[in-house]
Design a protein around this ligand. Structure first.
Ligand code: GLC
Length: 476
């Protein structure tokens, strides 16, 4: 059995800020069936989950970060609740905070570089000495992108230099671009390796990972094709490394996303009675949010960010309400302050038509997937997107743009699929999408047919886990 260590800054349910947390929390559960034993390591934050768990220290030492000597320990979860071996790096002062990335002012922590570097160095220091042996290191996003570099360039880790590395890009927009002065925080490396860290005159953690990892994946095949065509300044890099690049579509954890067992829902699916499941969850949602009933219900869940097209939603809904189209909307998310403001203003103007909750709320998210008729996803780009899969699993039709992972998972109802794919990525495209959804909803027979197609699709990790295991097999 291959042994793989997933190195990430998030893992659901221990700590999650976005989809990467879901992926790292679920993929390792499905790998053993493919002959891979997967473990996970993340930083130890001060989340509720960590507070409630008992962890056993397996290694304790200190590391050098520039001029500073920093104490750290590696701890291992002492129960079987996660179905895979789970480790964390405890670095008091750097990670014992409630939020993963953002300080109270809503901006990234000022010591982000120190945090990411110390986390990665601690893992390599531990691996040099530990009894636990992992044949492959699987790193996620730029926060762990210097590990493949350090294995190649730092003498101190020579013993690990033959360890294969796989690097997964969950979101290529975030790159870890740093001033060269940060290099002094890294363990000593020969200056002949400097070029591996560099892109456009800065340290670029994402670029370094693409150069140094043995294999690179994105979280959908279409996103890989899109990046190969246009990854702005990184386009030539990805093109020159394309022989080691693959796109593998994410899956979802069918145990957590299970309409018959979902503990976040007040009404679970019983006796396969989908009509009742949808009806009771919808009416619950409508009542709870004081919305008008007897009309199609749309949802949006996620970061209120440009990537997610949150501004497109605001404009499109506003146009549709002015046109007096009959529908209700529930929005759940937080992010860009301007978008938050305009959404709240819209909800104030049309209080019974649109409800806006500025928050991250896992329970409410599950209720929206279960209770809505449609889920809106006007993403400008989407490396994979998991929300459309959660929605379909609960018989909710996604209304999406034709990009990245959305392209790979949602086919339009006009081509026998289970969603509405809009023609253009703007408010007009989305107004059209909403109009088509409303028309579909009024044709009850067709609507039920498509909702049925959607919930019968299989989004579990099995297929993707197989593809990852085939990639791991190339290494060993
Ligand atoms: C990032 C991407 C999203 C993807 C997720 C998990 O959050 O933006 O598209 O689904 O990572 O890979």
């Amino acid at each position: 059995m291959n042994t793989v260590l997933h190195i990430s800054t998030e893992c659901y349910p221990a700590a999650k800020a976005g989809g990467m947390g879901d992926v790292v929390g679920a993929l390792p559960i499905y790998l053993p069936n493919q002959g891979v034993e997967a473990s996970v390591i993340i930083p130890k934050y001060r989340t509720k989950w960590f507070d409630s768990k008992s962890l056993k220290t397996v290694h304790r030492s200190s590391l050098k970060l520039g001029e500073d000597q920093i104490k750290y320990s590696i701890e291992k979860l002492d129960d079987q609740s996660l179905k895979y071996p789970f480790y964390c790096v405890n670095i008091p002062g750097l990670f014992d905070r409630e939020n993963i990335y953002l300080g109270e002012d809503g901006h990234g922590y000022k010591d982000e570089v120190q945090r990411n570097f110390a986390f990665q160095i601690a893992i390599l220091e531990w691996l040099m000495l530990s009894k636990e042996k992992f044949e492959i290191l699987h790193c996620h996003d730029h926060m762990t992108g210097l590990i493949p570099f350090m294995l190649k360039a730092c003498k101190a880790y020579n013993k690990l230099s033959e360890t294969p590395t796989l690097f997964t890009i969950h979101n290529g927009q975030y790159r870890g671009i740093l001033d060269w002065s940060s290099a002094k925080l890294l363990p000593h490396f020969d200056t002949s390796f400097k070029g591996l860290l560099d892109w456009d005159g800065n340290i670029n953690c994402l670029a370094a990972a693409i150069k140094c990892a043995w294999q690179v994946t994105t979280v959908s095949p279409s996103y890989m094709l899109e990046l190969a065509e246009d990854f702005d300044t990184l386009t030539p890099l990805l093109q020159s490394e394309k022989s080691k690049c693959t796109g593998i579509l994410n899956g979802i954890d069918n145990e957590i996303w299970n309409p018959t067992k979902d503990t976040y829902l007040d009404f679970t699916l019983e006796n396969d009675d989908w009509k009742k499941f949808k009806r009771s969850n919808k009416s619950n949602l409508i009542k709870g949010n004081n919305l008008k009933s007897r009309r199609p219900l749309f949802g949006f869940i996620g970061r209120l960010a440009y990537q997610k097209g949150a501004d497109i939603i605001t404009e499109a809904i506003s146009i549709c309400l002015e046109k007096k189209l009959v529908f209700s909307t529930i929005i759940l998310g937080s992010g860009d302050k301007e978008i938050e403001k305009s959404l709240l203003a819209l909800a104030k103007k049309y209080p019974r038509d649109i409800s806006v909750t500025i928050a991250y709320d896992e329970k409410m998210a599950h209720q929206i997937y279960a209770g809505c008729d449609f889920l809106l996803m006007p993403s400008r780009f989407e490396p994979c997107g998991l929300n459309q899969m959660y929605a379909m699993r609960y018989g909710t039709l996604p209304v999406v743009t034709h990009v990245g992972g959305l392209k790979d998972s949602v086919r339009d109802i006009n081509s026998g699929g289970s969603g509405i794919v809009t023609k253009s990525i703007n408010a007009i495209g989305f107004v059209e999408g909403i109009e088509r959804s409303i028309a579909l909803y009024s044709d009850k027979k067709m609507f039920t047919k498509h909702s049925k197609t959607s919930k019968n699709l299989d989004w579990s990790w099995n297929q993707s886990a197989k593809k990852y295991s085939e990639l791991y097999d190339k290494f060993v």
